[in-house]
Design a binder for this molecule. Structure first.
Ligand code: SF4
Ligand code: SF4
Ligand code: FES
Length: 261
């Protein structure tokens, strides 16, 4: 049975921020009543709103199957994929508030500029196979890739980046901090059996700002692919960085190795 849901949606190019009084021109929350049918998700309702009442509503989406990572938003304040958020999880009388993800510059309505993530991805040194091994000659066993395979599930929705308190509301940390999505990429390459770069951990420490992370696990909690970002990527990367920097045996080994050479 269908019903009329109460929706409150951010409209405009200004930021939804309690500390700034947004003018109507900058942006504001607008109230709507929209039809909802059985089995629908938040994105269906946003599309119906766009079709019937607000044809200029800006919303980014692509697959409607939880796989392209485009439809990230905050639904009742929680970072979610709109296409994977069922309307049946809300009470029919409840107002469903949809706002853009917060950590990135707002373009308009529900669409943000997520370039920060791609800029950080470009800074990451690429996969480097051992010398003399050409594409087509890579040989790996399943057991070699089991640990890092989890990280390949990432759909680049950037909900983890949006949630991380290091950059959420802290624009000043962005130059030094790549964020959880890029930490799993670093861990994936670090665990790759054929990646020949030995400096992934140092890079994570020196260039990606992994030291800012205080393993609160907020990123893991919002990941729609249920990637164990903190436990399986960040903590092992941090442990290895600490090992290399402070472990006395590693330190002694590196000194002896250096003298010999
Ligand atoms: S665990 Fe680290 S990367 Fe993840 S949200 Fe917390 S501070 Fe950010
Ligand atoms: S790690 Fe998870 S939350 Fe982060 S971008 Fe990938 S899929 Fe999204
Ligand atoms: S539209 Fe692709 S993940 Fe939601």
């Amino acid at each position: 049975m269908g019903y009329q849901a109460k929706f409150r949606v951010w409209r405009g190019a200004g930021r939804p921020d309690e500390t700034i009084t947004a003018t109507e021109a900058d942006g504001a929350l607008h109230d709507y009543e929209v039809e909802v049918n059985e089995g629908e998700v938040v994105l269906d309702v946003i599309h119906r709103l766009q079709q019937t009442q607000t044809p200029d509503l800006a919303v980014r989406w692509n697959c409607k199957a939880g796989k392209c990572g485009s439809c990230s938003a905050e639904v009742n304040g929680k970072p979610r994929l709109m296409c994977m958020t069922r309307m049946s999880t809300f009470d029919e009388a409840e107002t469903v508030t949809v706002t853009p993800i917060r950590t990135f510059p707002l373009i308009r309505d529900l669409v943000t500029d997520v370039s920060y993530n791609y800029e950080k991805a470009r800074e990451m040194p690429a996969f480097a196979p051992p010398p003399g091994v050409e594409p087509g000659e890579y040989r790996m066993q399943q057991v070699d890739v089991e640990r890092s395979q989890e990280f390949r599930k990432c759909i680049e929705c950037f909900l983890c980046q949006n949630t991380c308190h290091v950059v959420r509301d802290h624009e000043e940390n962005k130059p030094e901090f790549s964020g959880p999505r890029l930490f799993i990429r670093a861990a994936e390459l670090d665990m790759h059996p054929l990646d020949d770069r030995a400096d992934r951990k140092e890079f994570a420490q020196a260039e990606q700002g992994i030291g800012y992370c205080n393993i609160t696990k907020c990123c893991s909690e919002v990941c729609p692919e249920h990637i164990h970002i903190t436990d399986n990527a960040i903590i092992p990367m941090k442990e290895r960085v600490v090992d290399r920097k402070y472990d006395p045996i590693t330190w002694l080994g590196s000194k002896i190795g250096r003298r010999k050479s």
